[in-house]
Design a protein around this ligand. Structure first.
Ligand SMILES: NC(=O)c1ccc[n+]([C@@H]2O[C@H](COP(=O)([O-])OP(=O)(O)OC[C@H]3O[C@@H](n4cnc5c(N)ncnc54)[C@H](OP(=O)(O)O)[C@@H]3O)[C@@H](O)[C@H]2O)c1
Length: 262
C-alpha cells in the first residue's frame, strides 16, 4: 500500500489524545475528509463536545492503564464499527530532571506513550488483516532523535515508539496495512506551554526558535495530505527531515543487507 492513494471517506478512524492539541486538530481534519471519528482521551467533557461538533463518537479511557485496552477497543468497535484507522497520538510530557521524577510518573510515561500504542496496534491488527485493509498512524517526535535534558522519560518513550513503528513497517511491508510514522518538531500546544516553565527548556526553545513552532491545525492538515498520498514517514517541519534521515542511515544500510529475506 506504500504509494497508493489512501481514502478516508467512510473510514472509522480512532484518534487517541483527541481532547486538545494535535489530536483534536487531527480529529477535525479526518472528519472533514469524510471519516467517522472516535475520539479517545480522559477528559470526557472535551471529547463529548468535539464529538458533537464533528459528528463522531467519544470514549473516555486512561491509556496509562493498558490492561483496559482490549475492553476499550471492544466498546469503540461496538459503537462505531471495525476500526479502519488507528491514530496513536496521545502522550504525556512532564518536564523534570529524572532524579526528581516520581516512579509513578516514569511508569505513566511508559504506559501512555509506548505501551498503550503498542498494545492498541496488537489489539486492532488481527481484525485489519482479516478484513484486508487498515492503517496505523503513529505520532512521534523529533525529540526521539536527540537528547534533551529534563525530558528523559518522554524522549525515551518517543524513541521507543519511533523504533517500534519502523520495525512494524518492515514486518508489515507485504501486508495490506498502511503504516505512517509522523515525526513532529515543536507544535504550539499545552504540552509545549507547560515545558516552557522549565528554565532549561525555555532556553532551548529560545535558541531553536528560528525553526518556528507549528500550529496543531497546520500539522493535522499536512498529516492528512501525507496520509492520502500513502506516505510511510512524514517529518514536520520539512526542514528537520535531513536530521531524521541522517539518523536513519544505519537502518537504510541494514535494509540493503537484509533485502530479499522472505
Ligand atoms: N507539542 C509538541 O511540540 C510536540 C512535538 C513533537 C511531538 N508531539 C506529539 O504530538 C502528540 C500530541 O501532543 P500535543 O502537543 O497535542 O499534547 P497535549 O496538548 O498535551 O495533548 C495530549 C493529549 O493526550 C491525551 N492523554 C494524555 N495522557 C493520556 C492518558 N493517560 N490517557 C488518555 N489520553 C491521554 C490528553 O488527553 P486527556 O488529558 O484528556 O486524557 C490530550 O488529548 C503527542 O504524541 C506528542 O508526543 C508534540
Amino acid at each position: 500500500m506504500g504509494n497508493s492513494q489512501v481514502n478516508l471517506r467512510d473510514q472509522h478512524a480512532v484518534v487517541t489524545g483527541a481532547s486538545r492539541g494535535v489530536g483534536a486538530a487531527l480529529a477535525r481534519e479526518f472528519a472533514a475528509e469524510g471519516a467517522r471519528v472516535t475520539l479517545l482521551a480522559r477528559s470526557q467533557a472535551a471529547i463529548d463536545e468535539l464529538a458533537r461538533e464533528i459528528g463522531g463518537h467519544a470514549i473516555s479511557a486512561d491509556l496509562a492503564e493498558p490492561g483496559e485496552l482490549p475492553a476499550t477497543v471492544k466498546q469503540i468497535e461496538h459503537q462505531g464499527g471495525p476500526i479502519d484507522v488507528l491514530v496513536n497520538n496521545a502522550a504525556l510530557g512532564h518536564v523534570a530532571e529524572f532524579i526528581n521524577q516520581s516512579p509513578e510518573s516514569v511508569t505513566a510515561h511508559v504506559h501512555t506513550n509506548l505501551l498503550a500504542p503498542m498494545q492498541l496496534c496488537k489489539v486492532v491488527l488481527p481484525g485489519m488483516l482479516d478484513r484486508g485493509h487498515g492503517s496505523l498512524v503513529t505520532i512521534s517526535s523529533l525529540s526521539s532523535e536527540i537528547s534533551i535534558r529534563n525530558m528523559s522519560s518522554y524522549v525515551a518513550t518517543k524513541a521507543g515508539l519511533t523504533a517500534f513503528t519502523l520495525n512494524l513497517q518492515r514486518e508489515l511491508r507485504r501486508a495490506p496495512i498502511h503504516t505512517m510514522l509522523v515525526v513532529l518538531g515543536e507544535v504550539d500546544t499545552d504540552m509545549v506551554a507547560e515545558g516552557r516553565n522549565d528554565p532549561v527548556l525555555a532556553t532551548i526553545a529560545d535558541r531553536i526558535g528560528s525553526m518556528g513552532s507549528m500550529t496543531p491545525e497546520h500539522v493535522a492538515h499536512k498529516v492528512v495530505i501525507g496520509y492520502r498520498s500513502g506516505r510511510s514517514t512524514l517529518v514536520l517541519p520539512p526542514t528537520a527531515r535531513p536530521l531524521f534521515e541522517l539518523r536513519q542511515l544505519p537502518n537504510r544500510i541494514f535494509d540493503v543487507v537484509t533485502r530479499n529475506i522472505p
